[in-house]
Design a protein around this ligand. Structure first.
Ligand SMILES: Cc1cc2nc3c(=O)[nH]c(=O)nc-3n(C[C@H](O)[C@H](O)[C@H](O)COP(=O)(O)O)c2cc1C
Length: 273
């Protein structure tokens, strides 16, 4: 049997369990004083690279929200699980103008592209400027932040994913009770699942090539979703013939995609990484 729960203020934490990213947002006030506080109401907003953006939700009277509106910049720092106590320290209601980081062992370092500092102990950092501010009536202030830089500890950037996950050791926010007791998931088990293909995924995916394709063009073609691969093959070969080419190159394949209104970025989403 299922039972409906009442939707009440702080439903996203007290009622609905919403595992989340834990971050410490650093900002400057108009006088250049540093502020730091944890935020986990955060999510990707625009996933494309051209105008990559994140969405972050604040109490409208929080120092962070006011500072971001005043200065147009903020940094999202993701602490690893070893720094949860320090993260919690920055959540305390210190008066305006107090740099919460000074009450922790966390270290400020200059950011690469924005003025608020970054936190050295955080392996993953997003430097952001303000794209849009939304004031929800009698509710949250939402900042849509343009990502100016995604910054990582150098030695982590090229690690295979599982090792990167383990080394970063990001805690998972599991909500709180009455804004007093905060729960976090740490040292979790990591499982990996292969997506695989549905049973008849390749129905329509087999391609009969009518002309020569250069290896990188063919590789790109094979990353097009099987359902549209045949159509894309035929269109590309027609296009190559129109262009009086005797083979399909990657450049030609991409040119057609652009002319058909599908950017490289669009295809990238379907490309096996
Ligand atoms: C783990 C954690 C996550 C939090 N996430 C948010 C959040 O997403 N939005 C929010 O308004 N407050 C959040 N808070 C509460 C703020 O951090 C807290 O109100 C803080 O004092 C605000 O500081 P500021 O006024 O310096 O911005 C969170 C607190 C913790 C401990």
């Amino acid at each position: 049997m299922k039972k409906e729960a009442k939707i009440k203020p702080f439903w996203y934490s007290d009622v609905w369990l919403f595992p989340k990213l834990i971050t410490i947002v650093t900002t400057l006030d108009e006088q250049g004083r540093v502020n730091a506080a944890p935020y986990s109401h955060i999510m990707q907003y625009d996933v494309m690279a051209k105008n990559a953006r994140m969405i972050v939700g604040f109490r409208q009277d929080s120092h962070s929200f006011k500072n971001i509106k005043a200065t147009g910049e903020f940094v999202v720092n993701c602490p690893s699980a070893e720094h949860l106590d320090e993260m919690m320290e920055t959540a305390k209601f210190y008066p305006e103008g107090v740099n919460e980081l000074e009450h922790t062992g966390l270290t400020m370092i200059p950011s690469l592209r924005v003025s608020p500092p970054s936190i050295k102990e955080c392996p993953q950092i997003a430097e952001c400027s303000v794209d849009e501010v939304i004031h929800l009536e009698k509710s949250s202030g939402i900042i849509i932040g343009k990502i100016e830089a995604l910054v990582f500890d150098e030695e982590l950037i090229d690690l295979p994913r599982e090792e990167r996950i383990r080394r970063m050791n990001l805690p998972i926010g599991l909500g709180d009770e009455s804004r007093m007791d905060y729960f976090h998931g740490v040292n979790y088990d990591i499982t990996m699942h292969k997506l695989g293909e549905p049973k008849d995924a390749f129905k329509g995916g087999e391609v009969q090539l009518g002309m020569t394709w250069e290896a990188d063009a063919l590789q790109s073609l094979m990353t097009i979703p099987p359902g549209v691969r045949k159509m894309v093959t035929d269109q590309t070969e027609n296009f190559a013939q129109e262009q009086q080419q005797d083979k399909v190159t990657l450049a030609l394949f991409q040119q057609l995609a652009r002319e058909a209104g599908m950017s490289d970025e669009f295809f990238d989403r379907f490309r096996a990484k």
